[in-house]
Every structure is written in C-alpha cells, then in structure tokens.
Write a protein of this length. Sequence first.
Length: 61
Amino acid sequence: MKVDANTVRKGHVLDHNGKLWVVIKSEQMIPGKGNAIVQIEMKNVRTGIKTNERFRTQEAV
C-alpha cells in the first residue's frame, strides 16, 4: 500500500526498490525556495545497511 511521504513515521516498514526498510528517523524540511521535502533515514531489514532518502511530501512511497 502506498502512502504519502509526509505520513511516514519512525518504526514504519517501507517496501522501497523491492526491499524492506524500517524507518529510523523522518524529518520534514522546508527550504527557503521550492517545495517541502521529507528526509527519511531507514535501515534495510535483511542486511542492516542504513540509507537516507529524500521524497517530496506528496510523493507516494
């Protein structure tokens, strides 16, 4: 099920690029110019690798 990026919170599990990721931190960023974005720090459930991804607030993840 796809949800908007701005509704993702710590502890949620996402299916991103065919892999399962658990959200460690979710932060909304509003730059001085342009649209707001959500930066999500997440960890791969299987391998434990951490990554940061940025999504537009209305983007489905």
